[in-house]
Design a protein around this ligand. Structure first.
Ligand SMILES: Nc1nc2c(ncn2[C@@H]2O[C@H](COP(=O)(O)OP(=O)(O)OP(=O)(O)O)[C@@H](O)[C@H]2O)c(=O)[nH]1
Ligand SMILES: [Mg+2]
Length: 486
């Protein structure tokens, strides 16, 4: 028997961005031809995609770690590094993606639905891209950023129209087997079904799917029996059908108290699909009651006795026998009508559109300066940009550090530190880096853009450029003449 895995942990790591390259163009007679270091390539994303050919999450059970390719480093001659390849993981229709805390990130319904589970890191800029009038020949480049890395939980919630719920041995699997072509395991001991069975039913013009779930017993929400875990498979169902065993002779059980017990368990279940999907609590699904095993005479009597009481609750009642197929036609057509009504009320695309909440990409330039709770007189700076810039900085390169300081000053971090009362020399932490703060400007002063990274040799070479070019032309001519003589 194939194993059925419907909840798995998955660790996804996107590719890291490649580092930018610091390089200076060199040519004979033109030793400082300007910066020509290319940019690093972006890291690959990890993407989940619904594939109709995939039916279980089993693969992820065996391969719980997925990593996309890193971007390549840039190189001289303005060559950008190659972009990292995306990793596309195929998931079954109906896969729900949750974060570690159980919050839903995406409900993946419909072939081809995609979700970016981890975003690749940006490539670092090479020194060619960093050059500006004030910084003509940067002797540094930016580092690539690490790709996102996170732990996810994937849950498979079958896409079925009707869910059969009931006590163990009530005959749920038997019903699936006689209503559809599915052949689930049937036996006279409780908890025969350990995994939901899906069957396709045709009733006139309407085709719909039914799923049975493992038997429920009172206290299932506290983990008794197989627990409530499997109810995730009926979260998408339009109709829930109570399957009641009318032939059981257990003391304290009768159809009405069975229904009450099941309703209590359903009410205790917390769906993970949230309101955005248009599917909320199980409480508001249509209900149908199936009184089963009426081939047994006592069961038929009991069914007749309680039918009116159940109908009084406003729920349609069907008296059937999975063994003799009595009453089955009425049941399949009755369920078809319920499903049709639901489909009319919920036109297909609207509620079933995938809810996709990508990782929030916050590119805002806001940041915050707070006193450091751990370092005396210290401050902590938080914010998307400052933290990203820290990751891009090669701290063993003074120019790169200077460039970082300029960027921070321009963003207003320096002013904010002054305002917060930071003294020069105070330990300032951004991301995982702590440094002694050396303000570039006097307190409260206007930020002065320094010409950091300007290569004096370049300036000189510009000035002497004309004479040099003349010499170079002469050299080339002489070279040509020599070649002609030989
Ligand atoms: N006499 C009679 N027996 C039935 C009928 N339907 C099911 N059974 C029997 O009841 C027992 C349990 O049937 P299943 O279909 O396995 O019950 P289930 O609800 O799927 O049980 P679990 O998977 O354990 O929750 C089996 O021995 C079936 O043969 C019926 O209509 N009449
Ligand atoms: Mg069963």
């Amino acid at each position: 028997m194939s194993r059925f895995i419907d909840r798995v942990n998955l660790n996804v790591s996107a590719g890291n961005g490649g580092h930018g390259c610091a390089s200076v163009h060199r040519e004979k007679f033109k030793p400082l031809g300007g910066p020509d270091g290319g940019n690093g390539g972006r890291g690959g994303d990890v993407i989940l995609e619904v594939d109709p050919g995939v039916h279980t999450l089993l693969d992820f059970h065996f391969h719980p770690n997925a990593k996309a390719t890193n971007g390549k480093q840039g190189s001289g001659g303005n060559r950008d590094g190659a972009v990292g390849g995306d990793l596309v993981l195929k998931v079954p229709d109906g896969t729900v993606v949750l974060d570690e805390k159980g919050r839903m990130l995406a409900d993946m319904v419909g072939t081809g639905t995609r979700f970016i589970a981890a975003q690749g890191g940006r490539g670092g800029l090479g020194n060619a891209s960093l050059a500006s009038r004030a910084r003509r020949a940067p002797g540094f480049a930016l580092l690539g950023e690490d790709g996102d890395s996170r732990s996810l939980v994937l849950e498979l919630k079958s896409v079925a129209d009707v869910g059969l719920v009931g006590f163990p041995s009530a005959g749920k699997s038997s019903l699936v087997s006689v209503m559809s072509a599915a052949r689930p395991k049937i036996a006279d001991y409780p908890f025969t079904t350990l995994q939901p069975n899906l069957g396709v039913v045709s009733a006139g013009e309407t085709t719909y799917t039914v799923a049975d779930v493992p038997g429920l017993i009172p206290g299932a929400h506290e983990g008794r029996g197989l627990g409530l875990e499997f109810l995730r498979h009926i979260e998408r169902c339009a109709v829930l059908a109570h399957v009641i065993d009318c032939a059981t002779l257990e003391p304290g059980r009768d159809p009405l108290s069975d229904i009450d017990a099941l309703e209590q368990e359903l009410a205790a279940y917390r769906p993970t699909l949230d309101a955005d999907t248009g599917l909320g609590d199980l409480a508001d699904r249509a209900r149908v009651v199936v009184l089963n095993k009426i081939d047994v005479p006592e069961a038929a009597e009991l069914a007749e006795l309680v039918a009116a009481d159940v109908e009084a609750r406003g729920w349609p009642v069907y008296r059937v026998s999975a063994a003799t197929r009595e009453g089955l036609r009425a049941l399949t057509f009755g369920l078809a009508a319920e499903v049709r009504a639901y489909r009319e009320a919920h036109p297909a695309p609207a509620p079933r559109r995938p809810v996709i909440r990508p990782i929030t990409v916050d590119d805002s330039s806001s940041f915050e300066v707070r006193p450091d709770p751990e370092l005396q007189d210290g401050f902590v700076v938080t914010g998307v940009l400052p933290e990203r810039w820290i990751k891009q900085t090669q701290f063993d390169n003074d120019e790169a550090v200077g460039y970082l300081a300029d960027r921070l000053a321009r963003l207003g971090v320096e002013d904010a530190l002054f305002e917060a009362g930071a003294e020069p020399g105070a330990p300032v932490t951004i991301g995982n880096v702590t440094f002694d703060w050396e303000p570039q400007t006097p307190a409260g002063g206007q930020v002065r853009l320094t010409g950091r990274g300007t290569d004096v040799r370049l300036e000189t070479s510009e000035r002497i450029g004309a004479a040099q070019r003349k010499r170079a032309r002469k050299a080339r001519r002489e070279n040509d003449e020599e070649g002609a003589e030989q």
